[in-house]
Design a protein around this ligand. Structure first.
Ligand SMILES: *Cc1c(COP(=O)(O)O)cnc(C)c1O
Length: 369
């Protein structure tokens, strides 16, 4: 009845370990739907990575996306918890700030000058990173604002854990941009690490840098420590370790003209309707129609008896290696597919492959062997 993610555990863990070795100081990211695995499972796996014999800081911190995600991970992972969404003086950020049991582990992201003073007035011992705006233009302090925060922090003994940079997905190299931003950091004169702690202004938390770019930056900025935050290429970096399948729940033979479905649509020709597990609740959506929708293309598919020309849309489900068409838009937890006559008809209970976007899919089961 379910949409299932099956994980080749040995292969997956080998990839996680290899990635952690390639990116010393790695900060695993577990947010959203946990890249399909759930954040709770990723938190346990991050603890496993932390317990491996790797570079000392590797996986000593886990990044979550939002404050609301903390309860899912806090009991399953013992290290520091970096929240990527910047702190604001409202909502779940305030609740987490007030929770004394989290103070020692929590690392806030501060992206506006007024939030820094506000956070420190509520919790002078709060741990935090300062986010510097990048070409992403999402959140972050300008160079001038960074100077201002250095003034605020001077002599305060605040727990500055570093500077955060959220870079766009790699198009070309980021080294030039990071160089420029680090010049701002140096220019701002932020306090160095205090209390014999790691951190201080010379720790830089980054995203979307390749191992090569990190090597280059470590050579150019030998006084700095780089902490790569990685989600996708860690958890989903070896797709061959992952398999997604649905189950055939029902099969109905139809003749041309037979009505079916929520909308009383009629079958364009004889074949089979398949009811398979997986629907909108899992994140299964309509995909673009197949082929060329231009007039010539349409005429061509019509001539070939193409179902897509009749408004059938390609589904992410495939049978015998062939991607099949939705008979109608996916339902909440199941989908109806149309299988034209002449194709092998799968039996009820058979597993079929599904192509999904992991970051938007909710699986009923995740099986790691
Ligand atoms: C999501 C996120 C990451 C990780 O991104 P991936 O592309 O999944 O590796 C890193 N930094 C920030 C600020 C993020 O929001």
């Amino acid at each position: 009845m379910s949409l299932t993610l099956s994980v080749d555990g040995e292969r997956w863990r080998a990839h996680l370990r290899a990635t952690a070795e390639r990116f010393p100081g790695l900060v695993p990211v577990a947010k959203g739907n946990g890249y399909g695995f759930t954040t709770g499972r990723l938190a346990r796996r991050a603890q496993w990575l932390c317990d491996q014999d790797l570079a000392p800081t590797t996986a000593d911190t886990l990044a979550v996306g939002t404050y609301s995600e903390l309860p899912e991970v806090a009991q399953r992972y013992a290290g520091s918890l970096l929240v990527l969404t910047p702190w604001r003086p409202f909502g779940p950020a305030l609740e987490a700030t007030a929770d004394a049991s989290l103070t020692r582990r929590l690392v806030h992201t501060v992206s506006r000058p007024e939030d820094l003073t506000d956070l420190l007035s509520r919790r002078p011992d709060a741990r935090f990173v300062l986010e510097r705006a990048t070409s992403m233009q999402r959140h972050g302090l300008t160079a001038r604002e960074l100077w201002g925060t250095a003034e605020v922090l001077r002599g305060r003994g605040a727990h500055l854990e570093g500077v955060a940079l959220h870079l766009p997905l790699g198009q070309g190299t980021h080294v030039t941009e990071v160089d420029r931003l680090l010049n701002d950091v140096v220019g701002a004169g932020l306090p160095e690490a205090e209390h014999d702690r790691a951190g201080g202004a010379r720790t830089v938390w980054v995203s979307h840098l390749s191992a090569g770019e990190l090597d280059t930056l470590r050579h150019r900025w030998p006084d700095f420590t780089f902490r790569p935050r990685i989600g996708t290429s860690l958890w989903l970096g070896d797709r061959d370790a992952l398999r997604v399948h649905a189950t055939v729940l029902d099969v109905h033979a139809v003749e041309r003209g037979d009505a079916f479905g929520y909308r009383g649509r009629t079958a364009p020709k004889s074949g089979h309707l398949l009811v398979v597990s997986g629907g909108t609740a899992h994140g299964i959506g309509l995909e673009a129609p197949t082929g060329d929708l231009g007039l010539r293309g349409r005429a061509g598919t019509l001539a070939r008896g193409g179902l897509d020309a009749l408004g059938f849309v390609r589904s992410p489900f495939s049978i015998d290696g062939k991607q099949r068409l939705f008979a109608e838009p996916p339902h909440m937890q199941a989908s109806m597919l149309f299988l034209p006559g002449g194709s092998r008809v799968p039996r009820v209970g058979e597993e079929i492959d599904v192509r999904v976007r992991y970051t938007i899919t909710t699986f009923d089961r995740v099986l790691v062997d």
